[in-house]
Design a protein around this ligand. Structure first.
Ligand SMILES: Cc1cc2nc3c(=O)[nH]c(=O)nc-3n(C[C@H](O)[C@H](O)[C@H](O)COP(=O)(O)OP(=O)(O)OC[C@H]3O[C@@H](n4cnc5c(N)ncnc54)[C@H](O)[C@@H]3O)c2cc1C
Length: 387
């Protein structure tokens, strides 16, 4: 099948706009937030004003009328400079708003999407639990129907965007019943922030993504209207598999951005830093590192754009999304390690962007499905069954 990865003029214009924003607005400000482990409200407000949180959604719900490729292009450009703001956008759109768009009723979409698209409100996606991450079907959180309500009990951990001042809702997966043979019926339910019994813990102290909000959530007899169920009861497992399949393309774009940012920073540094009387970039050993880094970032970009083009064409994309995520996260970690090496001791100093990129790279091999999970998915797509 022929693949055309050239961008339309509209996509290219968006890419350039976000590139300029990342360079002019994010780059000078993000270091201070990162050091203080603080959420960058002012930057997020500006991203919202640009319409980034509504990129792939139709205008009738307050979106920009773009597509998933547009979102991924924005993520790549943001992550070239900083991954905390990129993951805030990724989680807000791909995990926070997308389940409502894909599975919500018309009424739910009209109620929530305009606020999520405008960035007035952030959404979160609560799947992972303290005892279950990769094995997400093991969900222990329960939701019991009581009259016109669901009563939710359980704990979710590592949930992005879940405790900011502008977080408006978290979509949680919960067991709402059992099939005749005892298998759990997992459903997806929207829990608005501030619902009594819904407790948001203090932010985790993380290795990276320090300007992104990540928290543990607990639900103790949390009562929400029965109408907050997303889609059909028992379809939650299938829903989140689809949301994660798409989300892997977005994470792959983000990882590619980080990998490219490592090239950007390292090429500049290699031209400026002198050792033994000449720029370190004059040494072939450094040039070869940079050539390999550029090759890896480029190949990762081809991989995520291929998966995105299949998604947009309505073709199967599960395997390609998993391969893109697996490959680009590996590339991000490798490029971040090499960029730090090229920067020598300065690369270990937090004031240098590559130090931040190094710290931010590792989670890409873990979040939205670990590298092992991606391999399991690819193997299954090859017809190898469950490993
Ligand atoms: C900063 C951050 C933000 C996050 N944001 C969100 C969010 O917004 N929403 C959300 O729901 N979750 C979120 N997560 C959770 C993330 O998706 C999980 O951490 C991830 O899926 C891995 O789950 P786990 O941590 O439970 O690891 P585990 O599943 O316990 O895995 C531990 C190790 O065992 C390996 N492993 C497990 N099973 C197998 C197997 N069958 N074969 C081979 N190896 C295996 C894994 O690959 C991994 O290396 C976030 C996590 C972090 C750290």
């Amino acid at each position: 099948m022929a693949l055309d990865h050239r961008l339309t003029p509209e996509h290219e214009e968006l890419r350039r706009t976000v590139e300029a924003f990342a360079h002019d607005v994010v780059a000078p400000r993000i270091g201070a937030y990162y050091e203080q482990h603080a959420f960058p409200y002012d930057i997020v407000r500006e991203m919202a004003a640009m319409g980034l949180f509504g990129l792939p959604f139709p205008e009738e719900y307050g979106g920009m009328g773009g597509d998933y490729l547009a979102l991924c292009l924005a993520l790549e450009e943001l992550a070239r400079v900083d991954s905390s703001v990129a993951i805030t956008l990724e989680a807000g759109v791909s995990l926070g708003a997308m389940p409502l768009y894909r599975y919500g009723s018309e009424e739910q979409k009209r109620e929530w999407l305009p606020k999520l698209c405008s960035g007035e409100m952030l959404g979160a996606f609560g799947l992972t639990e303290p005892g279950f991450g990769s094995d997400a079907g093991g969900t222990r959180t329960t939701a019991v129907r009581d009259g016109d309500s669901w009563v939710i009990n359980g704990t979710k951990c590592f949930i992005t965007n879940s405790g900011t001042d502008i977080t408006g809702l978290v979509t949680v997966t919960a067991v709402t019943g059992r099939t005749a043979d005892g298998a759990p019926l997992i459903s997806t339910i929207v829990v608005p922030s501030g619902t009594p019994g819904f407790t948001v813990a203090a932010p985790y102290s993380k290795v990276g993504w320090n300007a992104s909000d990540t928290r543990e959530l607990s639900f103790s007899d949390v009562r929400v209207p029965a109408a907050n169920l997303l889609g059909e009861e028992g379809r939650g497992y299938a829903q989140f598999l689809r949301i994660l399949d798409e989300g892997r393309i977005a994470i792959s774009a983000l990882a590619t951005g980080l990998a490219q940012g490592c090239v950007d920073e390292s090429v500049r540094y290699a031209g400026e830093r002198e050792a033994f009387g000449r720029p370190i970039g004059a040494n072939q050993a450094i040039q070869f590192k940079l050539a390999d880094m550029e090759m890896r970032a480029h190949t990762a970009r081809v991989a995520w754009r291929d998966a995105a083009s299949r998604l947009l064409a309505g073709e199967p994309f599960k395997k390609e999304a998993a391969m893109a995520k697996l490959y680009s996260s590996d590339v991000a970690v490798t490029n971040a390690r090499e960029a730090t090496q090229i920067h020598g001791g300065y690369g270990f100093m937090n004031e240098y962007p590559v130090a931040r990129m190094w710290r931010d790279s590792k989670i890409l091999e873990i979040g939205e499905g670990t590298s092992e999970v991606q391999r399991m998915l690819i193997a299954r797509e090859l017809g190898l069954g469950r490993g």
